[in-house]
Design a protein around this ligand. Structure first.
Ligand code: HEC
Length: 163
Protein backbone atom coordinates (compact mmCIF):
# COMPACT_ATOMS: atom_id res chain seq x y z
CA UNK A 1 0.00 0.00 0.00
CA UNK A 2 2.88 2.40 -0.57
CA UNK A 3 2.32 3.06 -4.24
CA UNK A 4 1.16 6.46 -5.42
CA UNK A 5 -1.98 5.09 -7.00
CA UNK A 6 -3.09 3.66 -3.71
CA UNK A 7 -2.18 6.86 -1.90
CA UNK A 8 -4.26 8.84 -4.37
CA UNK A 9 -7.16 6.46 -3.85
CA UNK A 10 -6.86 6.81 -0.10
CA UNK A 11 -6.87 10.60 -0.34
CA UNK A 12 -9.97 10.33 -2.51
CA UNK A 13 -11.65 8.08 0.05
CA UNK A 14 -10.93 10.49 2.87
CA UNK A 15 -12.18 13.45 0.83
CA UNK A 16 -15.35 11.72 -0.24
CA UNK A 17 -15.90 10.44 3.27
CA UNK A 18 -15.62 13.96 4.61
CA UNK A 19 -18.08 15.29 2.06
CA UNK A 20 -20.43 12.47 2.95
CA UNK A 21 -20.14 13.18 6.66
CA UNK A 22 -20.79 16.86 6.17
CA UNK A 23 -23.63 16.74 3.70
CA UNK A 24 -25.37 13.41 3.63
CA UNK A 25 -25.35 12.46 7.27
CA UNK A 26 -28.48 10.54 8.18
CA UNK A 27 -29.38 7.56 10.36
CA UNK A 28 -28.72 4.47 8.31
CA UNK A 29 -29.96 0.93 8.90
CA UNK A 30 -27.70 -2.08 8.32
CA UNK A 31 -27.81 -3.40 4.76
CA UNK A 32 -30.14 -6.25 4.03
CA UNK A 33 -28.41 -9.43 2.99
CA UNK A 34 -31.54 -11.29 2.00
CA UNK A 35 -32.78 -11.92 -1.50
CA UNK A 36 -31.10 -13.36 -4.56
CA UNK A 37 -28.69 -10.65 -5.56
CA UNK A 38 -29.66 -8.07 -2.98
CA UNK A 39 -29.09 -5.32 -5.51
CA UNK A 40 -32.35 -3.62 -4.73
CA UNK A 41 -31.54 -3.62 -1.01
CA UNK A 42 -28.05 -2.23 -1.43
CA UNK A 43 -27.82 1.48 -1.96
CA UNK A 44 -25.77 4.27 -0.40
CA UNK A 45 -28.75 4.88 1.86
CA UNK A 46 -28.76 1.36 3.31
CA UNK A 47 -25.03 0.96 3.87
CA UNK A 48 -23.67 2.67 6.99
CA UNK A 49 -20.35 4.50 7.00
CA UNK A 50 -17.60 2.10 8.01
CA UNK A 51 -14.91 3.74 10.11
CA UNK A 52 -12.32 0.99 9.88
CA UNK A 53 -12.13 0.48 13.64
CA UNK A 54 -14.30 -2.62 13.23
CA UNK A 55 -12.87 -6.13 12.68
CA UNK A 56 -12.56 -6.85 8.96
CA UNK A 57 -15.43 -9.37 8.98
CA UNK A 58 -17.72 -6.66 10.35
CA UNK A 59 -16.47 -4.15 7.80
CA UNK A 60 -17.17 -6.54 4.91
CA UNK A 61 -20.57 -7.50 6.26
CA UNK A 62 -21.70 -3.92 6.94
CA UNK A 63 -20.61 -2.91 3.48
CA UNK A 64 -22.83 -5.62 2.03
CA UNK A 65 -20.05 -7.46 0.18
CA UNK A 66 -21.44 -10.90 1.22
CA UNK A 67 -24.64 -10.16 -0.71
CA UNK A 68 -22.70 -10.69 -3.92
CA UNK A 69 -19.46 -12.40 -2.95
CA UNK A 70 -18.31 -15.60 -1.33
CA UNK A 71 -15.56 -14.61 1.09
CA UNK A 72 -13.54 -17.24 2.97
CA UNK A 73 -13.65 -16.75 6.72
CA UNK A 74 -16.68 -14.47 6.69
CA UNK A 75 -19.80 -16.14 8.09
CA UNK A 76 -22.74 -15.99 5.71
CA UNK A 77 -20.65 -14.62 2.84
CA UNK A 78 -21.72 -16.98 0.09
CA UNK A 79 -23.00 -14.57 -2.57
CA UNK A 80 -22.81 -15.68 -6.18
CA UNK A 81 -23.35 -12.45 -8.13
CA UNK A 82 -19.64 -11.63 -8.25
CA UNK A 83 -16.54 -13.85 -8.19
CA UNK A 84 -15.46 -15.51 -4.94
CA UNK A 85 -12.99 -13.17 -3.27
CA UNK A 86 -9.95 -15.44 -3.27
CA UNK A 87 -7.49 -12.95 -4.69
CA UNK A 88 -4.61 -14.80 -3.03
CA UNK A 89 -5.18 -17.34 -5.78
CA UNK A 90 -6.83 -15.37 -8.61
CA UNK A 91 -5.16 -11.96 -8.22
CA UNK A 92 -2.06 -12.73 -10.26
CA UNK A 93 -4.17 -13.93 -13.21
CA UNK A 94 -6.22 -10.71 -13.17
CA UNK A 95 -3.12 -8.57 -13.52
CA UNK A 96 -1.84 -10.76 -16.35
CA UNK A 97 -5.18 -10.86 -18.19
CA UNK A 98 -4.63 -9.32 -21.65
CA UNK A 99 -7.88 -7.41 -21.27
CA UNK A 100 -6.77 -5.83 -17.99
CA UNK A 101 -6.01 -2.17 -18.67
CA UNK A 102 -6.33 -0.80 -15.16
CA UNK A 103 -3.47 0.90 -13.34
CA UNK A 104 -2.75 -1.67 -10.62
CA UNK A 105 0.62 -3.41 -10.59
CA UNK A 106 0.16 -5.44 -7.40
CA UNK A 107 -2.70 -7.59 -6.15
CA UNK A 108 -3.30 -5.13 -3.29
CA UNK A 109 -3.66 -2.30 -5.78
CA UNK A 110 -5.92 -4.42 -7.94
CA UNK A 111 -8.24 -5.08 -5.00
CA UNK A 112 -8.34 -1.40 -4.02
CA UNK A 113 -9.04 -0.47 -7.64
CA UNK A 114 -11.80 -3.11 -7.87
CA UNK A 115 -13.53 -1.57 -4.87
CA UNK A 116 -13.03 2.10 -5.69
CA UNK A 117 -13.46 1.88 -9.45
CA UNK A 118 -15.25 -1.40 -10.27
CA UNK A 119 -15.58 -0.46 -13.93
CA UNK A 120 -11.79 -0.48 -14.42
CA UNK A 121 -11.89 -4.22 -15.11
CA UNK A 122 -14.81 -6.58 -15.34
CA UNK A 123 -13.99 -10.19 -14.50
CA UNK A 124 -15.03 -12.33 -17.44
CA UNK A 125 -18.20 -14.32 -16.86
CA UNK A 126 -19.60 -11.78 -14.39
CA UNK A 127 -21.97 -8.86 -15.00
CA UNK A 128 -20.57 -5.37 -15.53
CA UNK A 129 -22.00 -2.27 -13.86
CA UNK A 130 -23.29 -4.43 -11.01
CA UNK A 131 -20.84 -3.87 -8.20
CA UNK A 132 -21.70 -0.58 -6.45
CA UNK A 133 -19.58 2.38 -7.54
CA UNK A 134 -20.09 4.39 -4.36
CA UNK A 135 -17.91 2.50 -1.92
CA UNK A 136 -15.47 5.41 -1.96
CA UNK A 137 -18.06 7.38 -0.01
CA UNK A 138 -18.64 4.65 2.57
CA UNK A 139 -15.29 3.14 3.42
CA UNK A 140 -12.66 5.02 5.40
CA UNK A 141 -9.04 4.71 4.28
CA UNK A 142 -8.43 2.35 7.19
CA UNK A 143 -11.44 0.21 6.26
CA UNK A 144 -10.18 -0.05 2.68
CA UNK A 145 -6.70 -0.96 3.86
CA UNK A 146 -8.06 -3.72 6.12
CA UNK A 147 -10.23 -5.13 3.34
CA UNK A 148 -7.30 -5.17 0.92
CA UNK A 149 -4.90 -6.87 3.30
CA UNK A 150 -7.52 -9.46 4.21
CA UNK A 151 -8.62 -10.26 0.67
CA UNK A 152 -5.15 -10.50 -0.80
CA UNK A 153 -4.45 -13.41 1.57
CA UNK A 154 -7.57 -15.43 0.78
CA UNK A 155 -7.45 -18.61 -1.27
CA UNK A 156 -10.19 -21.19 -1.69
CA UNK A 157 -8.88 -23.35 1.09
CA UNK A 158 -7.82 -20.82 3.65
CA UNK A 159 -10.33 -18.50 5.20
CA UNK A 160 -7.40 -16.96 7.04
CA UNK A 161 -8.77 -14.82 9.79
CA UNK A 162 -7.11 -11.50 10.30
CA UNK A 163 -7.96 -8.09 11.59
C1 HEC B 1 -24.33 -5.87 -5.96
C2 HEC B 1 -23.30 -6.89 -6.03
C3 HEC B 1 -21.91 -6.57 -5.47
C4 HEC B 1 -21.57 -6.06 -4.25
C5 HEC B 1 -22.49 -5.60 -3.14
C6 HEC B 1 -20.12 -6.05 -4.19
N1 HEC B 1 -19.61 -6.53 -5.35
FE1 HEC B 1 -17.65 -6.83 -5.75
N2 HEC B 1 -18.13 -7.45 -7.63
C7 HEC B 1 -19.41 -7.68 -8.10
C8 HEC B 1 -19.36 -8.21 -9.46
C9 HEC B 1 -20.56 -8.56 -10.33
C10 HEC B 1 -18.00 -8.31 -9.77
C11 HEC B 1 -17.40 -8.86 -11.09
C12 HEC B 1 -17.49 -7.86 -12.20
C13 HEC B 1 -16.45 -6.80 -12.04
O1 HEC B 1 -15.26 -7.14 -12.08
O2 HEC B 1 -16.83 -5.62 -11.87
C14 HEC B 1 -17.23 -7.84 -8.61
C15 HEC B 1 -15.85 -7.80 -8.51
C16 HEC B 1 -15.14 -7.57 -7.34
C17 HEC B 1 -13.71 -7.72 -7.20
C18 HEC B 1 -12.76 -8.24 -8.25
C19 HEC B 1 -12.75 -9.74 -8.02
C20 HEC B 1 -11.84 -10.56 -8.88
O3 HEC B 1 -11.87 -11.80 -8.73
O4 HEC B 1 -11.08 -10.01 -9.68
C21 HEC B 1 -13.41 -7.40 -5.90
C22 HEC B 1 -12.04 -7.41 -5.25
C23 HEC B 1 -14.64 -7.03 -5.26
N3 HEC B 1 -15.68 -7.15 -6.17
C24 HEC B 1 -14.73 -6.66 -3.94
C25 HEC B 1 -15.91 -6.26 -3.32
C26 HEC B 1 -15.98 -5.79 -1.96
C27 HEC B 1 -14.80 -5.70 -1.00
C28 HEC B 1 -17.28 -5.47 -1.72
C29 HEC B 1 -17.86 -4.83 -0.50
C30 HEC B 1 -17.18 -3.62 -0.03
C31 HEC B 1 -18.04 -5.77 -2.94
N4 HEC B 1 -17.17 -6.25 -3.87
C32 HEC B 1 -19.40 -5.61 -3.10
C33 HEC B 1 -20.58 -7.43 -7.41
C34 HEC B 1 -20.67 -6.87 -6.15
Amino acid sequence: MSDRTVSALIVAVIGLGLIWTLFVRAPLPAPSTSGDSGQAALSPGTVPLVTGEEPVEVILTRAGCPVCHTIPGVTGANGKVGPPLILGRTGEARLKDPSYHGSATTIAEYIAESIMDPGAFVVSGYPSATMPTWYGTKLSALALEKIVSYLERQTEESGVSGK
